[in-house]
Design a protein around this ligand. Structure first.
Ligand code: ADP
Length: 256
């Protein structure tokens, strides 16, 4: 039986300022289709709001406008995925979730059943947060934590986060030129989970903190996470397709 993994892709990887970056998207789809040969793959994809914004310039700072942008962008995003996956004889299916879905055993099971059926039939489940029904108090707001839940509750052993950075560093590499990449981590220092929480724009996806929270949740549940660059997929390809850990950070529980 194939192992199950979740791959999460950030907005910046898919979109340039205002539109789909076709060259990166093509490379991502090629990687996904190769990964699908080896594993059961679930994709968590951001990018709906940015895709919506490429169609109509609503104000992303107004919640209802942002929800509308997600509603406009989501079907286009799915269309792009399916157009490009088609070249590899594959296609995807949309699953929109909110955190409440993980609070109800019945709803989690319903989603799990749907996902299992899709995977059994070689279809790529493409998950995003359901922006138009979610209320602020229970919003994941970033897909890092959503993808950690997806990994745990839908029985995958590894979450691969593709971001704009080569991995987790001992300091923010954009601020500190001497920052060093951490290749392995088996726990997250509590203080790291609350760092920089107020920095960055209010609408940013959460930076490194949400990724560390995702890693912390998975480590505490005996699962692993691999953080790698989504612009240059060589580390991700080496790790996921060849089993070679050259770059990227692997968060994995200590072997007992
Ligand atoms: P995405 O949109 O892919 O979810 P983000 O831009 O939200 O990604 O988060 C990644 C960013 O977090 C990096 O580009 C980097 O500037 C910032 N960052 C802050 N501290 C660190 C760190 N210790 N290691 C890696 N990245 C960090």
């Amino acid at each position: 039986m194939k192992k199950r993994i979740v791959i999460k892709v950030g907005t910046h990887v898919i979109n340039d300022e205002e539109k789909l970056c076709v060259s990166r998207f093509e490379k991502l789809i090629q990687f996904l289709s190769l990964a699908m040969e080896k594993y059961e793959v679930i994709l968590v994809s951001s990018g709906a709001v940015a895709t919506g914004f490429s169609k109509i310039k609503l104000d992303k700072k107004i919640v209802s406008d942002k929800q509308a942008l997600a509603a406009i962008g989501q079907p286009y995003l799915m269309q792009y995925y399916n157009e490009f996956l088609h070249k590899y004889g594959k296609f995807g299916a949309q699953i929109l979730l909110v955190s409440d879905d993980f609070d109800s055993r019945k709803r989690t099971q319903a989603a799990r059943d749907a996902i299992n059926t899709l995977l059994k039939n070689g279809i790529l489940p493409i998950i995003n947060e359901n922006d138009s029904t979610v209320v602020e108090e229970i919003m994941f707001g970033d897909n890092d934590q959503l993808s950690a839940y997806v990994t745990h509750f839908f029985d995958a052993e590894l979450l691969v986060i593709l971001s704009d950075i080569n991995g987790y560093y001992d300091a923010d590499p954009k601020e500190d030129k001497n920052a060093k990449l951490i290749l392995h981590a088996d726990k997250i220092d509590e203080s790291r989970l609350y760092q920089n929480i107020n920095t960055g724009s209010k609408f940013s996806t959460g930076g490194i903190v949400t990724k560390l929270k995702a890693a912390d949740f998975l480590l505490k549940n005996g699962r692993s996470m691999f953080l790698a660059n989504g612009f240059d997929l060589s580390d991700a390809k080496n790790f996921v397709l060849e089993g070679k850990h050259i770059g990227g950070t692997l968060f994995a529980p200590k072997k007992s």
